[in-house]
Design a protein around this ligand. Structure first.
Ligand code: ZN
Length: 132
């Protein structure tokens, strides 16, 4: 026996997030009560507890909040960057910056999001923002 809760029926927030990325849209839940975005996507606003969320495309613009270089031998793919990026809209996510030497990524760098597609998943990475 199970009870059905309409609030939690249908695809979960992770699935919706992935579906948007597969369509080429970087979208996050925005609370319609407090106007805050959040990440990871949830069914309840972590800022005010509201269920009144709406998926909203974000600019993809962000700033490097923290950065590190994971060192790897060249034959295993070479060094790569791991960072936290604070989006213009507020949420912070873990990702990586590509297109520059990982050691050149600095806190405060302006970056923009790019959607990457693997065989079975889509995810966000960042590249240095143009024109700054
Ligand atoms: Zn809220």
């Amino acid at each position: 026996m199970s009870t059905k809760n309409e609030r939690f029926s249908g695809p979960g927030p992770d699935q919706i997030y992935d579906d948007f990325l597969k369509k080429g849209v970087f979208s996050l839940p925005k609370c319609q009560d407090c106007q805050e975005f959040h990440f990871f996507p949830r069914v309840v606003c972590p800022h005010c507890g509201s269920f009144n969320l709406e998926w909203t495309a974000v600019s993809g613009k962000g700033e490097v909040y923290s950065t590190t270089t994971v060192r790897r031998k060249p034959e295993r793919g070479g060094n790569y960057n791991v960072c936290h990026v604070t989006l213009e809209e507020g949420p912070r996510l873990m990702s990586r910056v590509e297109g520059v030497d990982p050691l050149d990524v600095k806190i405060g760098d302006q970056v923009s999001a790019v959607i990457k597609n693997d065989e079975d998943s889509s995810f966000i990475v960042f590249v240095p923002a143009q024109g700054v």
